[in-house]
Write a protein that binds this ligand. Structure first.
Ligand code: SAH
Length: 217
């Protein structure tokens, strides 16, 4: 498919999405311009391409979803406000859309995914879009990715019941972790800053992510 898009995937449709994100309070102009350029329709099945610029999560198979553009923008904005733009770890590659957005804003992105076919599709997309500052790993993100730690920022796109300890340990001093936390009774977005060996946590809005599961498939 053409990355430039036509009709429902055209630049005008993308600009409308950015307008909507502005209205909802996203103000970081770097984040907005990356979302304006990023062909989200290449991150979903062709049958869903015409809905790719709606501000909504969409199914990507294996019971998973591509995150809503607003939440991608919000989490990215929060991460950039509080972390250096060096190395970022993402847990839950999924379609690769959040990964691709991050890759345009920080030096290097490391992303782990437990479902191999999703990871392979994401890898293809990065290759097609010539995004070459992304490294992928097929593993359980509960354990982070120790080899490249510490990270300036960590973003988690699935919700654990509690913050995995390894992620806290792999955060650089001065780094920021953005993570949805909670179970079936509700989740909220948390922002955790590491200041030397102390952690400061702020709880933000209620959110709705797929659960963080253990093991890999
Ligand atoms: N950022 C992705 C979100 C995909 S949904 C996107 O916008 O497309 C969340 C992803 O987290 C799913 O692909 C799911 O398989 C993955 N996931 C869940 N538990 C995980 C774990 N323990 N380790 C790594 N990935 C996990």
């Amino acid at each position: 498919m053409d990355p430039r898009g036509i009709g429902m995937t055209s630049q005008r449709t993308r600009d409308r999405l950015v307008g909507r994100l502005l209205e909802r309070g996203i103000s970081n102009s770097d984040v907005l311009s990356v979302i304006r350029e990023m062909p989200r329709h290449l991150f979903v099945d062709e049958a869903l391409a015409s809905r790719a610029y709606e501000d909504t999560a969409l199914p990507i198979g294996h019971g998973q979803t591509i995150s809503q553009p607003y939440i991608v923008a919000k989490m990215t904005e929060i991460l950039l406000e509080g972390a250096a733009r060096g190395k970022v770890l993402e847990v839950g590659t999924g379609s690769g859309y959040q990964t691709a957005v991050l890759s345009q804003l920080v030096e290097r992105v490391f992303s782990v995914e437990r479902i191999a076919p999703l990871q392979n599709q994401a890898r293809e997309r990065f290759y097609q879009l010539k995004l070459n500052n992304i490294k992928l790993k097929h593993s359980d993100g509960n354990w982070g990715w120790e080899w490249y730690a510490p990270y300036d920022g960590i973003i988690v796109t699935c919700a654990p019941e509690q913050v995995p300890n390894e992620l806290l340990l792999q955060l650089a001093p001065g780094g920021r972790l953005v993570i949805p936390v909670g179970g079936s009774s509700g989740q909220s977005l948390r922002v955790i800053d590491r200041i030397e060996d102390r952690y400061e946590e702020v709880e933000l809005d209620a959110v709705s992510f797929v659960p963080l599961l253990s093991g890999q498939v």
